[in-house]
Design a protein around this ligand. Sequence first.
Ligand code: GDP
Ligand code: GDP
Length: 455
Amino acid sequence: MTEHDADTDWVGTDAEDEPTGPVPVLAVVGRPNVGKSTLVNRIIGRREAVVEDRPGVTRDRVSYDADWSGRAFTLVDTGGWDPDARGLAERIAAQAEIAVSLADAVLFVVDATIGITDADEAVVKVLRRSGKPVVLAANKVDDQRTEAEAASLWNLGLGEPYPVSALHGRGSGDLLDAVLAALPEPPPLPEGTAIGGPRRIAIVGRPNVGKSSLLNKLAGSERVVVDNVAGTTVDPVDELVELGGRTWRFIDTAGIRKRVKEASGHEYYASLRTTTAIDRAEVAVLVLDAEQSIAEQDVRILQTVREAGRALVIAFNKWDLVDEERRYYLEREIERELVQVQWAPRINVTARTGWHIDRLVPALDKALEGWETRIGTGALNTFLGRLVSEHPHPVRSGKQPKILFGTQPTTAPPTFILFTSGRLDASYERFIERRLREQFGFVGTPIVLQQRVRE
Ligand code: GDP
Ligand code: GDP
């Protein structure tokens, strides 16, 4: 873990991504151990990104909200590469390829104390070919003495190397200024769309469940506008699709339409793509193959959506293949595997024929409405008061925690802060969440409950 003091947290975390407008994506690329995670930690000003001394540790979370000088961007850490893979240079080049395909700009990190290696050269080739903007970070320049070594990185032909110390924070302001200059300006809103821009949707799910079939059906029947602004020169990342008379932004359709090159470690990259898409979206559509059992991978994606705090719709595809017997088992699977997301609207569709895909928009609307629901402080406290008097918290070692006051400071997802006289049990928290949903709806959205305990 990187420890840093409040005064070196030079990037605020208060740029909670707004439910409006897409945010550009910056991918952090480089060999293992050059300090990518340390740098990510530094940029987001948190200790979330796990830094391990052991190279090649797969990190659970790969993308983060960041901001600098009031501009928000999404940061993708590609550090969790597969250590057993053959050919280091090839693996890293492949990693860079994926990163480049999903990002608007790349932050390439090199260890200045070691200099340029073959693996670095391999990355440079990929970056040059991509045509995406690259910012070169010469890391581990902890003091003046190592600055000369950073200068030798001009030889990479990627422009000015920015000497930084991810560990101590040195030089990072200049680096981030360069990053901002490299990131595209947010694209102008298409004509005729409401303020806030088109809603952002991520279609996610395991391979072969029918994501691209669904996208093709949705986009095929209506006008499709390929949005070249955000995706820059190489890959149009997102597509604007008109559904139900409105424009929607489908995130990372390049990744859905074009299979990412099959390679060892493919699953990691697929999950990186999924996580990034979810982070950039407002609402996720999890596509499941209704004919197949709900798998661990599906549940993992649901977990990602919940943790990211995005709205959710579940689409059971290939309904044409579901018979009476399968239906019986599917209902049981739903009860067992989807308890955590009982609140998500579910639709049954057949992407192949287009059957019921008109039900997607109403489901998206419902989920987004729940996601943006705000309960006034008065109504919330009336509700809490009644709940507490009818079902008081159980007494714990002679004490009974009380809820003093509640407030919902934010939506998207709805977030509640409960001021209490003692820590509430997890089961009581779940009870409150259940009651909140009964009373106020919150269809299609996770709910965040936070406690502030008054000692
Ligand atoms: P990654 O594999 O590229 O994500 O690298 P890590 O962020 O895990 O860092 C690898 C090692 O380099 C860790 O032991 C870090 O503490 C160390 N490190 C990272 N940045 C710096 C730096 O600026 N200066 C020094 N001296 N060490 C650093
Ligand atoms: P993706 O990998 O999730 O994008 O899945 P695809 O859209 O490529 O679909 C995988 C396979 O499932 C293809 O052979 C599709 O033709 C088939 N498929 C997709 N939707 C349906 C459906 O609604 N019914 C049936 N029977 N097959 C489907």
